[in-house]
Design a protein around this ligand. Structure first.
Ligand code: AMP
Ligand code: MG
Length: 298
C-alpha cells in the first residue's frame, strides 16, 4: 500500500496544481466519508505503522553503529522535511509519526525566523548544521524551503535571489542523497477554511494560546501568494533524487497515516536488517552461565 501512496501523492517534476488537490481528500486510504470517519481505522493503522517505523529506525541506528566506517551503511540517514501553512499540522505530525520512534534515534528541528547570526550566513548554513547524524531520522518542522516561500511572499530578498535558490537547493539535496541521506519532503496541504477553524480552536483553548501568533493572521490575506510560492517551489524542486509529496491535511488521521506511509516506504527501500553479532554468541552464553553459576558480587 505504501508504494501506491507514494505514486498518488508525488509531485511530478515541473508540475503541480495545488488548487486541484482537495485538502479534505484521503488518497490511497480506501476510506472516505465525513470528517473523522477514518479516525478509528487510522488509529489502528498508525499503531502498526508506528511499530514498523520504530523497528526500521532501530535497524538504521544499529547498522550505522556497526558498519565499516567507510561504507554507505555507516553514512545512512533519513530526513523528513515538513512544510505547510500555519496550522497545517506540522507539530501534530511530529508528535504522531516521529513520536512512534525511539527518541534516541530521532532529531527534530524547527526553523523559525532566522536569528541575527543566521542572517549573516548563507541560507543553507543553519540547515546544514541541523542535519541528522548517520543512523538517525531527522525531522524538519519548516526548512530551507522557507527561503523560497516566506522570503518570496514577504519580499525579504530580491526575486533574482530567491529564484536562484531553486537550483541551489536541487544541487545541494542531490549531493546529500548521493552521500547516503534519504530525503522525504512533505507539504501538508490544508484549506483556507480549515486554517480558520484551527486558528479559532487555538483562541478558544487557553492551553493552545502559546501556539497562536497574532502575526499569523497577517499572512492569511496572502494565502494565494503562498499557494503560488508553494506550487512553484514544489514543482521546481521535486526531483528524482528528492521528490516532493503533497499530503491532503484537513483530516488529521489521514495526514498522520499518509506521512507514516511515506516515511516507511523510504525506510523499506533501504533493505535494513539487524547487524549480526561481531562476537561468538555461544561462547558468551557459556561465559555468562559460568558467571551465574559461581556468582559472587564484587
Ligand atoms: P512556527 O512554525 O509557527 O513556529 O513559525 C515560524 C515562523 O518563522 C513562520 O512565520 C515562518 O515563516 C518563519 N520563518 C521560518 N524560516 C524563515 C526564513 N528562512 N525566513 C523568514 N522567516 C522564516
Ligand atoms: Mg505558527
Amino acid at each position: 500500500m505504501g508504494e501506491d501512496v507514494r505514486e498518488l501523492l508525488r509531485v511530478e517534476p515541473g508540475r503541480v496544481e495545488l488548487a486541484s488537490i482537495d485538502p479534505g481528500s484521503t488518497p490511497g486510504s480506501g476510506r472516505v466519508g465525513t470528517k473523522g470517519g477514518g479516525k478509528a481505522w487510522a488509529r489502528g493503522q498508525l499503531a502498526e505503522l508506528g511499530a514498523e517505523l520504530a523497528r526500521a529506525q532501530e535497524m538504521l541506528y544499529a547498522t550505522a553503529k556497526t558498519a565499516a566506517a567507510d561504507s554507505v551503511a555507516a553514512r545512512r540517514r533519513v530526513l523528513l522535511v515538513l512544510q505547510g501553512m500555519d496550522c497545517a499540522g506540522k507539530g501534530g505530525t511530529v508528535r504522531n509519526v516521529a513520536g512512534a520512534m525511539n527518541p534516541v534515534g530521532v532529531r527534530v528541528v524547527g526553523f523559525g525566523r532566522p536569528t541575527e547570526q543566521e542572517r549573516g550566513h548563507h541560507f543553507l548554513w543553519r540547515i546544514k548544521r541541523a542535519l541528522p547524524p548517520p543512523g538517525r531520522v531527522g525531522v524538519f518542522d519548516r526548512s530551507h524551503y522557507e527561503d523560497v516561500l516566506v522570503a518570496r511572499v514577504r519580499s525579504l530578498v530580491p526575486e533574482t535571489t530567491w529564484r536562484g535558490r531553486y537550483e541551489e537547493i536541487n544541487r545541494w539535496e542531490s549531493e546529500l542523497v548521493t552521500g547516503g541521506l534519504v530525503l522525504v519532503k512533505v507539504m501538508l496541504h490544508i484549506s483556507y477554511e480549515e486554517q480558520a477553524e484551527r486558528l479559532a480552536a487555538r483562541l478558544d483553548d487557553p492551553t493552545k494560546h502559546w501556539k497562536y501568533n497574532p502575526g499569523d493572521l497577517d499572512e492569511r490575506p496572502l494565502w494565494s501568494d503562498y499557494q503560488a510560492a508553494y506550487a512553484e517551489a514544489l514543482s521546481r524542486c521535486s526531483t528524482d533524487a528528492a521528490p516532493w509529496y503533497v499530503v491532503p491535511a484537513d483530516r488529521k488521521w489521514y495526514r498522520n497515516w499518509a506521512v507514516a506511509q511515506l516515511l516507511l516506504a523510504a525506510l523499506r527501500e533501504l533493505d535494513l536488517a539487524y547487524p549480526p553479532a561481531d562476537f561468538d554468541v555461544a561462547a558468551e552464553r557459556e561465559r555468562l552461565a559460568a558467571h551465574v553459576a559461581g556468582q559472587t558480587i564484587g
